[in-house]
Design a protein around this ligand. Structure first.
Ligand SMILES: [Zn+2]
Length: 183
């Protein structure tokens, strides 16, 4: 899917995983690295699932790339520093499959090079498993995009209080949020 869909999904994953009440209950999730690792795993799997679903590319590639990078930089810079590791790991996870498989194409596009792709390592990028639909309109793709965006909206609705804490770098955390102070 478009990069902005993957980055939107990453924000939703951060909100789901960095659930402050769950962190209090499950002491192991008190460690931001473990929580970040969980977010990374979910982010990586989410990329596979989204790419597997039938999808068109409603946002042109260049605009998508620019908007996606702006989204990532903005959200990371807004993130409360106690959640920054989790946020960065989640964005890395949703970017990683495309960076691994498409870095020569990205460099070719950015710098006018002529590198040859080494091959696709992620199965969901293989034509057999990829849900990519090019050069045509697809109702299924539209439906899948709506479902993903609706799910994101629902997560934001129910995690609004976490959202205001996590993506507010000026807000200090109180004792109910049990991340290690050493982070
Ligand atoms: Zn991909």
């Amino acid at each position: 899917m478009n990069l902005i869909i993957h980055t939107t999904t990453a924000i939703g994953i951060v909100l789901l995983v960095a659930d402050t009440s769950k962190i209090v209950v499950h002491k192991k999730l008190n460690n931001p690295f473990l929580t970040g690792l969980l977010a990374f795993t979910i982010g990586f799997i989410s990329h596979a699932v989204l790419d597997y679903l039938p999808h068109c590319y409603p946002v042109p590639q260049t605009i998508d790339g620019i908007l996606g990078i702006i989204m990532i930089i903005t959200m990371v810079s807004l993130t409360n520093k106690k959640y920054r590791l989790i946020t960065v790991l989640t964005f890395m996870a949703v970017l990683l499959p495309d960076l691994v498989d498409q870095w020569p194409l990205i460099l070719n596009k950015c710098f006018g090079l002529n590198l040859t792709p080494a091959g696709q390592f992620c199965p969901w990028h293989w034509s057999r498993f990829s849900g990519s639909i090019y050069n045509q309109v697809s109702d299924v793709s539209t439906l899948n995009h709506i479902i993903v965006l609706l799910a994101f909206g629902v997560i934001c609705r129910f995690k609004w209080s976490e959202l205001k804490v996590i993506f507010n770098r000026k807000k200090s955390l109180n004792n109910s949020i049990c991340f290690s102070d050493s982070f």
